[in-house]
Unconditional design. Structure first.
Length: 812
């Protein structure tokens, strides 16, 4: 029995804010080098130049004078800007209503859809008032748009000379697309003041972030200030985490580096509680962190009832260029391959392949170009018991080569054998050159196992080169080799045994429009002395030649009108076991299935073939085949299918692999089908061979489908033996669906031979009391009269998170 309590919450808004601001700033920081600006300060009014100011008509964009304020440099000092740079960044105003501007004093007043634009930043409002030499205040539906992100505010203060702005009580929503689908829900941000600059620098005060849609969020992240320096760092001061309005923890400062370009998928590292047979009650506490720009680590602490405290450590790293199969790593693309066994021993094999970067710490998977080291055990056992460690590395070299190395060590693992040590290692090399049609695969592997009084050693090596050439249109030529070396040695207190073999194979294949030709040869050769010999092995072709053609591909001649498939072959074979070695000649013709009769309600089709096989020991055999089908329709919704099958080999063969069985039977299937609410079918067959005079009839099966509404369905399948006039079994499935994704399935099977219900499975998904949901799965074994498994889960879901309680019981 196991009990699992797990809360499913989205990542903290701290990560949300980091991702959101990083994704937003990447689009705006390409204009200037990395600066460290200071927050905007009011600018002094330059000396006015006397001039005549004409009245500006409405709806006319008015360019403002270029800024004369130096831009900050990398070290914070002012850097003079040239007139060319200033003119290239003009600020344009426009309005659909009243628009007054005094270019002598700088006073400005505008109403009705006021718009100001410079670069990729656009500010809109119902009203604008101020002085463009100092400050312009936008109010009334004030919005600012930049990089596809829209923010609203009570008022927006724009400083034209410095190209900076300030938002009072800003509010914005970060959609999943803006966050590059790192999250599936939108993020709601609000605050007191937000200041920004043209280079992406931002400074926020008294702000909040959450994914909850309620007016009073179930959880949120509050911080006193946040400073973003694009591509450098994000600094949060006085960070508080609130859960249901209660403050959980306050961190004085959090500094997040932004100068790392590594994309990492971070799963929800949540504590896990449960119970298992091997460990009893357990609790697991995982934690992951970055190690430099191209590595990450996972540390997990396990507290168990039976084994004591345990641990797991993972260290993975990137090496070389990373694959980018998908443009974005959406959660839907990485929700597979989670390990079982309550997470105790995660599988240490199987690279993801569909994700890039450092994909999934905690799942035992490593990057496609890089490595992963894992170690897991229990503190009380040290390194002598229940130890599991592994290391793997795989790497692309150039555009055509790839190598992979893996090794895994297990010592006295409680999930295998208590007194056994295993060490498995493997190295792979792959070369694929599609331009020249060359492919090479090579691998070397060792498996070692040691136990009390017994040890085993196995070594394998493979080499598989393949070449394609002269491939044009329907023509193709391929040549492949396959060499497999295997060596094993087993030692015990009573006996020792060792074997060593090399299996070699070569194959040539030519494909064209008119015919195909295949030639192959293979041989199994012992290497060195063998302490044991086996009668099992591979069939040796020394060699085998095959030619095949379809007459409908012929361009001309009377044979083209015959719908036939031709086979010709020769081979010399050595069959293991009896040690038979001789040749075989093959000639065969198969007629493609053709329609003999096609009417309004009747259709008849037939096909067949003949094969002649002659062997080097003067034996021979031939095979006759025939298949005939009849389809008869009754009305618009009923019909019947009758199929006749015949295969008769005659003669003899010295080979077991070339032996064919006899078959001669007829099957009939009839039913009422073309009705979406009610269907019934039946099937029966009869054997003409007379091999069993007592049981010539095949089992009769009948199926019933009843769908009284779109929310309910019943399937019933029954089997009956006409030879003994007895029922075998009756199986049924009942499916019910309802509102709010309600679902109920009941599946059962009645064994008529025993006279009892053999199996009952039930599954339910029940919503109740608004946001509560209960799911259950029960499996009952009628032979033992016990429940095989019981699984019940009760969950409560808010709009932003979910809490669930799971109960699992498996008696055996």
């Amino acid at each position: 029995m196991s009990i699992l309590i797990r809360a499913i919450c989205p990542p903290l808004p701290l990560l949300i804010l980091l991702i959101g601001t990083s994704a937003f700033s990447q689009k705006v920081t390409a204009q200037t080098p990395l600066p460290v600006p200071v927050p905007p300060v009011p600018q002094t009014l330059p000396q006015a130049v006397p001039q005549t100011t004409p009245q500006v008509p409405p709806q006319t964009p008015t360019p403002l004078p270029p800024s004369t304020t130096p831009a900050p440099s990398q070290n914070g000092a002012a850097t003079p800007t040239s007139p060319t740079d200033l003119n290239a960044n003009q600020v344009n105003f426009s309005s659909e209503g009243e628009f007054r501007i005094d270019q002598t004093t700088g006073d400005l007043y505008a109403t009705d859809n006021v718009t100001v634009q410079f670069g990729d930043l656009v500010i809109t409002a119902d009203k604008a008032e101020g002085n463009f030499y100092r400050e312009v205040v936008f109010s009334g539906n004030a919005k600012i748009v930049r990089g596809g992100l829209t923010s609203s505010a009570d008022a927006i203060h724009f400083f034209a000379k410095t190209r900076t702005y300030r938002l009072d009580n800003p509010r914005t929503v970060l959609a999943p697309s803006v966050l590059r689908y790192k999250l599936t829900d939108p993020v709601f941000l609000r605050g007191k003041v937000l200041q920004g600059a043209r280079n992406g620098y931002s400074y926020a005060e008294n702000s909040r972030a959450t994914t909850c849609i309620e007016d009073k969020p179930h959880y949120e992240l509050r911080f006193r200030s946040a400073e973003l320096i694009p591509d450098y760092r994000l600094t949060l001061k006085r960070v508080a985490i609130y859960f249901f309005g209660q403050k959980l923890i306050v961190l004085p400062e959090i500094v997040i580096p932004l100068d790392r370009r590594v994309d990492r998928y971070q799963p929800s590292y949540l504590p896990e509680f449960g119970r298992s047979i091997q460990e009893g009650f357990f609790a697991r506490f995982p934690f992951s962190f970055a190690v430099g720009a191209a590595a990450a680590a996972l540390i997990r602490l396990d507290v168990t009832e039976k084994q004591g405290p345990g641990y797991r450590f993972e260290q993975e790293y990137l090496a070389g260029k990373q694959d980018r199969i998908f443009g974005n790593n959406t959660p839907e693309q990485v929700r597979f391959n989670y390990t079982g066994n309550n997470g105790t021993y995660l599988q240490s094999y199987g690279y993801g392949g569909n994700v890039r970067g450092l994909p999934r710490l905690g799942t035992g998977l490593g990057p496609s170009n890089g490595g992963l080291f894992t170690i897991q055990g229990y503190a009380s056992d040290g390194f002598q018991k229940n130890l599991n460690t592994s290391f793997r590395h795989q790497q692309s070299i150039g555009g055509s080569n790839r190598i992979a190395f893996s090794t895994e060590y297990q010592k006295n693992n409680l999930y295998t054998f208590s007194n056994q040590t295993n060490l498995n290692s493997r190295f792979d090399f792959d070369h694929s050159d599609g331009v020249h049609g060359a492919r090479i695969n090579a691998s070397v592997a060792t498996n070692q196992s040691d136990a009390i009084g017994f040890n085993s050693r196995q070594y394998t090596a493979t080499l598989r080169p393949a070449f394609d050439w002269a491939s044009l249109g329907s023509n193709r030529n391929s040549l492949s080799f396959d060499f497999n070396f295997a060596k094993s040695r087993n030692s015990s207190a009573f006996s020792d045994s060792s074997t060593s073999t090399l299996n070699s194979q070569v194959q040539f294949q030519h494909l064209s429009r008119d015919y195909s030709f295949n030639a192959q040869a293979n041989k199994l050769s012992p290497i060195g002395s063998q302490t044991t010999t086996s009668s099992f092995g591979n069939l040796e072709r020394l060699p085998e030649l095959q030619f095949a053609s379809d007459t409908f591909n012929f361009k001309r001649g009377w044979f083209r009108k015959v719908p036939a498939h031709l086979d010709f072959g020769y081979g010399y074979y050595s069959e293991p076991g009896a040690g038979t070695q001789t040749s075989r000649y093959l000639v065969g013709m198969t007629l493609q299935e053709q329609t003999l009769l096609r009417g309004k309600s009747t259709e008849v089709a037939t096909g067949g073939g003949f094969e002649q096989r002659v062997y080097g020991d003067t034996s021979a055999q031939y095979i006759l085949r025939n298949t005939t089908r009849l389809r008869q329709r009754f009305g618009g919704r009923s019909g019947m299918d009758i199929t006749y099958q015949y295969q008769e080999p005659a003669g003899g063969t010295p080979f077991l692999f070339d032996t064919f069985g006899r078959s001669h039977y007829i099957t009939a299937e009839a039913g009422y089908l073309n009705d979406e609410r009610f269907q019934v079918t039946g099937r029966v067959g009869y054997d003409f061979l007379g091999m069993s005079s007592v049981r010539p009839w095949q089992t009769v099966s009948a199926r019933l489908l009843w769908r009284p509404s779109r929310l309910s369905r019943l399937d019933v399948l029954s089997t009956y033996d006409p030879n003994s006039a007895k029922f075998y079994s009756v199986s049924s499935i009942l499916r019910l669906r309802g509102k709010n994704d309600f679902a109920f399935d009941l599946q059962g099977r009645y064994d008529a031979q025993v006279g009892r219900v053999a199996q009952v499975n039930s599954q339910i998904d029940l919503p109740f009391l608004g946001k509560w949901r209960a799911t259950g799965l029960l499996r009952y074994n009628g032979y033992s009269g016990k429940l095989e498994s019981t699984n019940v889960q009760v969950a409560y879901r808010w709009d932003c998170m979910e809490a669930s309680l799971t109960y699992t019981a498996t008696p055996y």
